[in-house]
Design a protein around this ligand. Structure first.
Ligand code: 4AD
Ligand code: MG
Length: 479
């Protein structure tokens, strides 16, 4: 008999149908005459209840049906006597596919801490929480491709190994096949990368943007969606050393077009989750509500689904960096010395406490901050007419802080060359990039969405390690 998914059965299973399902036992409880097995195959947050007569299988048989075991069940769908679901499966045949020792299986049918489950990242997808998160993750990946496909964008795979430092921040992982103990040295005594695999120093990419720009200069609307690597030593709940980034890049786009696209994109993704992931969102919302109960009332955050609707339905605030600094300087926490990093004047780089103040306290809405001082942003951002600021934009979200960073790009060759010199970006390695300004250069803009930051927002989870299958962070590269 053909195996079917539990999700489909719970949605539209017909009483009387003969079916086979396979999955993992969540729990088993029983009486003298009948055993109830909650079976989950990962297709939905909900289990299918299997009802097995003790008389049919014999009492001994059930000793092997423990939490975590893989089994297959063939039987008939019957109307469920219990509440919660419409059908259950009356077992005629049960196949034990993989045993699980109940005393050793680490994932017990009880609440485990997220920290414990991080150590168990190989088994945590078996829990309700993590299966929900990773189903939502899939839905968001699918929605991202749909969004761009519907709007005539082309997906470009930009290289993962690269010799350029797109962000100019120098926080890169080296890719080398040279001996780590005894590398060849050049005349100056430095490592001689001309003898390395690529004949030059190479790294894992920190962004696909620069290569993405080359394709936007030909296909007009492109986006990248790939792994991104940053060797910054940030051990926070919002940073990963390996994360995924979506980077659209559009020719003939200015900063306003870019902001409109970013806002439309984020709202589309949130609405997609609300439309397609409601079972999982409800589960996560309840989970979060349990966690919030222990907090004082004024520190509790908005209920998850209400929060998603709120962001999807309201306009984002658009504000210049200069205006934001004024607000922050005059804010209560700044005057009372409650910020860890006091806001001085123009030129201060914003910390996440400042970003969150603007979003959560001042406006109570997502904020798009624009036109930052050129000194604190990347070389490729377009210089504004005042010569001081660049056409940058950061989208700031409640609880997350920066979720998107982007800009209009500098399309004027001379200005770009001057900016590169000022910021010590070696021009000779970047002639390919400068060529797009030499031949048919045009205004263009784009941004980068941190995929796991989006996942934090949509799932309401508090730690970025819990929304990626296997987290890579400083001193941690298990699995
Ligand atoms: O602001 P960032 O550094 O911008 C860029 O890389 C540009 N090249 C994007 C572009 O214009 N095409 O990074 C973009 C986003 C951030 O807003 C944040 O959401 C996420 O990437 N991000 C991280 N996410 C997880 N861990 C990290 N270490 C991250 N660093 C950035
Ligand atoms: Mg940024």
């Amino acid at each position: 008999m053909k195996k079917v998914q539990i999700a489909g059965i719970l949605k539209s299973g017909q009483v009387g149908a003969e079916i086979t399902i396979k999955g993992w036992v969540r729990t088993r409880r029983g009486s003298k005459n009948v055993s109830f097995i909650a079976l989950n195959d990962g297709s939905t947050i909900n289990n299918l209840q299997v009802v097995a007569e003790v008389e049919t299988f014999g009492e001994e048989f059930f000793k092997n049906i423990n939490t975590g075991a893989a089994i297959g069940v063939t039987g008939t769908l019957v109307a469920s006597a219990g509440s919660g679901q419409s059908v259950e499966l009356k077992a005629e045949k049960i196949e034990i596919i993989g045993l699980s020792d109940p005393d050793k299986y680490p994932i017990q049918p009880k609440r485990h801490s997220l920290e414990f489950l991080r150590e168990m990242a190989h088994l945590r997808p078996r829990t309700a929480t993590f299966s929900a998160i990773f189903r939502i993750r899939h839905a968001m990946i699918f929605a991202i491709h749909s969004f761009f496909n519907e709007r005539g964008f082309f997906n470009i795979h930009t290289p993962i190994i690269t010799s350029s430092d797109a962000e100019g921040a120098g926080e890169m992982f080296r890719v080398s096949t040279l001996s780590a103990i005894n590398p060849p040295l050049n005349e100056e005594g430095a490592v001689d990368y001309s003898q390395d695999f690529f004949g030059k120093a190479a790294n894992l990419t920190v962004s696909g943007q620069l290569e993405g720009e080359l394709f936007a200069m030909a296909l007009s609307k492109i986006y990248t969606f790939g792994p991104t690597f940053r060797a910054e030593n940030s051990n926070t709940s919002r940073h990963l050393a390996e994360f995924w980034m979506i980077e659209p890049e559009v020719a003939f786009f200015d900063l306003n077009d870019n902001m409109d696209l970013a806002e439309e994109f984020l709202k589309y993704l949130i609405n997609y989750a609300l439309e397609h992931c409601m079972d999982d969102l409800l589960f996560l919302s309840n989970r979060l509500a349990e966690e919030e109960k222990v907090k004082p009332a004024d520190q509790r955050s908005m209920e998850l689904i209400e929060k998603l609707r709120f962001v999807a339905d309201n306009d984002f605030i658009r504000l210049t960096y200069t205006d934001a600094i004024e607000i922050l300087r005059n804010s209560k926490p700044n005057k009372k010395g409650q910020f860890q990093y006091p806001v001085g004047g123009y030129g201060t780089d914003l910390q996440s406490e400042h970003e969150r103040y603007l979003v959560e306290k001042e406006f109570k809405k997502p904020v798009i901050l624009t036109n930052y001082p050129k000194e604190i942003k990347a070389f490729y951002m377009r210089l504004d007419d005042n010569g001081q600021t660049v056409s940058a934009m950061d989208v700031l979200f409640p609880q997350i802080g920066e979720i998107i960073g982007g800009s209009q790009r500098e399309e004027r060759l001379e200005v770009l060359e001057q900016r590169m010199d000022e910021m010590n970006i070696p021009r000779e390695d970047m002639e390919w990039y400068l060529d797009t300004r030499r031949f048919g250069g045009c205004p263009h803009a784009g941004f980068g969405l941190g995929f796991e930051r989006l996942m934090l927002f949509v799932t309401g989870m508090g730690n970025i390690r819990d929304v990626i299958p296997f987290a890579r962070t400083p001193k941690n590269c298990e699995f």
